[in-house]
Each structure stands twice: as structure tokens, then as C-alpha cells.
Ligand binder design. Structure first.
Ligand code: XMP
Length: 523
């Protein structure tokens, strides 16, 4: 295990979908934390980590089920503050002599709820919960509920379905809440974490700089003397991954930039130039456009396209991996939202909306092991890390671009003609956005060429050309998104420019669908 010098907080994960958000809230407070699944938390691990505080996450199980997840008893004897959340609260009450009841319809709460402070100890609320707390909106997601609190605990807040919404044993510094303070829908939840870590004595000594140092040490430990291949797409995630790896293992890294012919206008040249000019990283520029476009010929089903592209990526990486001596690892810029969208807690697949993201599949087939240094981070944290690593700001701020590239922005059959039109139209659209100073306000913007031709009239002549869809969304992490509210002037001007400058387009639509119900990409 990596040696760290700063204060550590241990999160014991009982399987909640939002455990990583707890870590995120803590990172925002410059508190270093480690998440460990409950099965791995032994007395020995507790000793090794020597946490200054512990958080029990939520989870899907019921404490009344035999064999349901538990922390080790030793956790309660460490003498450090503990915060239990949702299932974590129920576990704490159950273990310490309280009682949990199965949820009946009347007491289950899912979604928005309101917690009202009990009047007894307002100074407690100011010291730990939220300054001047009144009736607070919180986010609940529980079937079971605490029916009797454990000896030593008091109640400090209630909600209609959770009479013990906020509880604490002030002497032992055990705190437990039924709701989820880590999610956006508990608007003041961050204050709760802030007060908890302050009470636990954290000084906020952890930064992105420290993350970088620790990741570098972890990568060295994992990789040893072996060689690592890193698929570089030119996006922020893979670029940050590559630079971090390069810092960690230098010459033991080879990046492969696969040009599948589905990139944006001049993208291959820009990415290769940025890396060759700024970094001394071994970089293979693999022009495989004929291979990819050849295999995609005549294919219009979105999932088939994705599968073909995924398989060809494997083939291409395999080809280069075979040429590199001691290549045992594949580095990927997988982020946390990719992990939760694609894999459930138990390791089984969750519902597949699209077979996207780079989780799983690839390395097993190639006999390579994975290196994923960004797996715990959210997009904005990756950008902060990129900044820390000295990546040019223009690169850090680039909108995300999907692995399958323009293939999923070209619904229906993909042809070289359509791709060339799309590349030009997309470039004009992005140029417009930049000229109007909107690029950084928008999370992701792109054009998609629609599988339809429509009739138009230009210069007294009839046209029968492709229609183009423009998409722009705001988002925090790509998991939910809203369409960007361009002005009519902007849309009109952009549409005119595209139709004038790009041969092959005679009609432009703007997509005003949020996610959900839409997804960001069209396929
Ligand atoms: P969707 O379309 O699922 O996209 O709302 C969410 C975010 O993920 C990107 N995306 C991908 N990224 N490989 C990637 O690396 C993929 O297969 C893939 N599919 C979608 C998309 O651009 C958006 O930012």
C-alpha cells in the first residue's frame, strides 16, 4: 500500500450507488479518503490505515437479513468519530443496541424529503449539522428505518418517514443520518461533511498535487518493470492518463493514437503535434481509417457500429502490443461516471443503455492488465489534475469526444462523403461557439449529420442535400444534461454560415432535448 503522510478518512462501502460522491465531497474539503468495500475492512486494515474518522456509506441491503454487510466491531473501538449514512446509520444503530424495522409503505422514503430539527439542542446543530438549520431539503432513499436508537444517542432531526433522521452520540462522536448529504438534492449537505471533518480534527492537508504524487507511486508499484500501452484519443482523460503515466514510468510507456477516420477536422494532426511538441512520450500514430471505415460500410445499427469499433480497437491495440516487448498493461482514462454507468456494485452488469465507455472487455481479451489512474475521479477533477500536470489550458478545456467518434454522430450508414461534410459543418459550428465566447459555458457541443436529405432552394436552383442537427449541452458529469439555450440570433447566424460554407447541407436543426430522456450523443 502507498505510504501517505496526511490525515486519512476511511469510507466503508456498503454498496451505495453514490459512495463516490462522499469521496468527492471530502476531496473538495482537501481531506484524503480511501474507500474500501466492507468485505475488505478487517481489524488489520483498520490498523494499517489508522483513520482519523470513518464514514459508513449507504447500501442496498437490509440489516435484518442474516449475513448482511457489517463493519468490523473494532471500528467502534478506535475512538475516532464515525458518520453513518442511510444503511450506515441502520448498521450503526443495529450494532450498538438500537432497532431497525423493515420498511412499510408508509415509512419508506425515496427522493425529496424535509428534515426538521428537534428543538432540544440547537447548539449541536450549529456545531455539527448546518448553521442556522431550519427545515432542510434532503434526499432520502430508504425502505427500512431505525425504530429505536441505540443507547447514548439522541435525536436531532426528524422527517415524516424517518423519526430518527439525524442522530448522534455526542460523547463518542458517532453521528448518523438517514438521508444522503452527499448528493446535489441535499443542497446543504456539504456543510454536514465540512462540520464532521472539522470536528474530527482534519486540517485539509490534501490537494490535487498530493493525488498526483500518490498516483505516481501507485502506478510504479503496480507496473514494476513492465511496459504499458496507453490508448491516446486526444481527449482530456486519455491525455491526463498518458502524462501521469509518463511521469511515473517514463520510457516504459508507449502511447498509441488510433486514427479511425472518425475524428474531427484536423484532429489527428493537432493531437500528434501537441504531444510531439510538448512531451517526450513514445507515440505511435496509427492510421487505421481504411480498416475501420471498411468494416463499417453498410452498417447502420448503432449497437453494431459500437461493437465493430470496439472490436477493431482491440485488434489494433493487439497488433501494436505484440510489437512491444514486455507490454503487460493497458492504461485507460476511465472515469468514475463510466464505472457507475457500466458496472453494478456486485460486479454484475447494470442495465446497458449503450455499450460505450472503456470499462472491461478489452484487456482481458488481450491478456493485458488494466491501469486506470482516473477511475475514482469526476471530469472536473481530471481537469484540475491536468492543470496540475501542466497540460495546456486549451487542451484541458476541450469538450469531451467519444471513443467511437463521428460514427455515433452519423446515424444510419456511414460514408466518407457524409463524414467529410460532417467534419466541415462541425468545425464551422464550433468556430461560431468560440467566436461568441460560449465554448467554456457549454459542456459539449457538436454537429450530427442526419440520415435524410431534404429539398431546398439555393441561387434559384433546387437542392436535395443532407440535414444537420446541432447539439449543445450543459452538464456536470455527462450523466445528466440540459440543452444549451442559444439565442435565436446565434442559431440563425450559425445555420446560415453552415449552409453557405458547407456543400452538402441545406437544412439545420437544433436539438433541444435534455438527458434524460435523450442521451448526449445521437447513438
Ligand atoms: P451519452 O450519449 O451516453 O454520452 O449521454 C455521455 C458522455 O459520454 C460520451 N460517450 C462516450 N465516450 N466512449 C467514450 O469514450 C463511448 O463509447 C461514448 N459514448 C458516449 C459522450 O460524448 C458524452 O460526453
Amino acid at each position: 500500500m502507498t505510504q501517505v503522510i496526511h490525515d486519512r478518512l476511511l469510507i466503508i462501502d456498503f454498496g451505495s450507488q453514490v459512495t463516490q460522491l462522499i469521496a468527492r465531497r471530502l476531496r473538495e474539503l482537501n481531506v484524503f479518503c480511501e474507500i474500501h468495500p466492507y468485505q475488505n475492512v478487517t481489524e488489520a486494515l483498520l490498523k494499517e490505515i489508522a483513520p482519523k474518522a470513518i464514514i459508513f456509506s449507504g447500501g442496498p441491503d437490509s440489516v435484518m437479513r442474516e449475513g448482511s454487510p457489517r463493519p468490523p466491531k473494532a471500528a467502534y473501538d478506535l475512538g475516532v468519530p464515525i458518520l453513518g449514512i442511510c444503511y450506515g446509520q441502520q448498521v450503526m444503530m443495529h450494532d450498538l443496541g438500537g432497532r431497525v424495522e423493515a420498511g412499510e409503505h408508509a415509512t419508506a422514503e425515496f427522493g425529496r424529503a424535509y428534515v426538521t430539527p428537534t428543538e432540544t439542542r440547537p447548539e449541536f446543530l450549529n456545531g455539527w449539522f448546518m448553521d442556522g438549520m431550519g427545515r432542510e431539503q434532503v434526499w432520502m432513499s430508504h425502505g427500512d428505518h431505525v425504530a429505536e436508537i441505540a443507547p447514548g444517542f439522541e435525536v436531532f432531526g426528524t422527517s415524516p418517514g424517518a423519526p430518527f433522521a439525524i442522530t448522534a452520540d455526542l460523547e463518542r462522536h458517532f453521528y448518523a443520518v438517514q438521508f444522503h448529504p452527499e448528493v446535489h438534492h441535499t443542497p446543504n449537505g456539504a456543510t454536514l461533511y465540512e462540520n464532521f471533518v472539522r470536528l474530527a480534527g482534519f486540517t485539509g492537508d490534501w490537494t490535487m498535487g498530493a493525488y498526483r504524487e500518490e498516483m505516481i507511486a501507485k502506478i510504479r508499484e503496480q507496473v514494476g518493470d513492465s511496459h504499458v500501452i496507453c490508448g491516446l484519443s486526444g481527449g482530456v482523460d486519455s491525455s491526463v492518463t498518458a502524462i501521469l503515466l509518463h511521469e511515473a514510468i517514463g520510457e516504459q510507456l508507449t502511447c498509441v493514437f488510433v486514427d479511425h477516420g472518425l475524428l474531427r477536422l484536423n484532429e489527428a494532426e493537432q493531437v500528434v503535434k501537441m504531444f510531439r511538441d510538448n512531451y517526450n512520450i513514445k507515440l505511435i500514430h496509427a492510421d487505421e481509417s481504411d480498416l475501420f471505415l471498411g468494416e463499417l460500410e453498410g452498417v447502420s445499427d448503432p449497437e453494431t457500429k459500437r461493437k465493430i469499433i470496439g472490436k477493431l480497437f482491440i485488434d489494433v491495440f493487439q497488433k501494436y502490443a505484440n510489437e512491444i516487448k514486455d507490454a503487460k498493461f493497458l492504461a485507460q482514462g476511465t472515469l468514475y461516471p463510466d464505472v457507475i454507468e457500466s458496472v453494478s456494485f456486485s460486479g454484475g452488469p447494470s442495465v446497458t443503455i449503450k455499450s460505450h465507455h472503456n470499462v472491461g472487455g478489452l484487456p482481458e481479451k488481450m491478456g493485458l492488465k488494466l491501469v486506470e489512474p482516473l477511475r475514482e475521479l469526476f471530469k472536473d477533477e481530471v481537469r484540475a489534475l491536468g492543470h496540475e500536470l501542466g497540460l495546456p489550458a486549451s487542451f484541458i478545456g476541450r469538450h469531451p469526444f467519444p471513443g467511437p467518434g463521428l460514427a455515433i454522430r452519423c446515424p444510419g450508414e456511414i460514408t466518407r462523403e457524409k463524414l467529410a461534410i460532417l467534419q466541415k459543418a462541425d468545425a464551422v459550428y464550433i468556430d461560431q461557439i468560440r467566436k461568441h465566447g460560449l465554448y467554456d459555458e457549454i459542456w459539449q457541443a457538436f454537429a450530427a449529420i442526419l440520415p435524410m436529405r431534404t429539398v431546398g432552394v439555393m441561387g434559384d436552383g433546387r437542392t436535395y442535400d443532407f440535414a444537420l442537427a446541432l447539439r449543445a449541452v450543459t452538464s456536470v458529469d455527462g450523466m445528466t444534461a440540459d440543452y444549451y439555450p442559444f439565442t435565436h440570433d446565434f442559431l440563425g447566424e450559425t445555420s446560415t454560415r453552415i449552409i453557405n460554407e458547407v456543400k452538402g447541407i441545406n437544412r439545420v436543426f437544433y436539438d433541444c432535448t435534455s438527458k434524460p430522456p435523450g442521451t448526449i450523443e445521437l447513438e
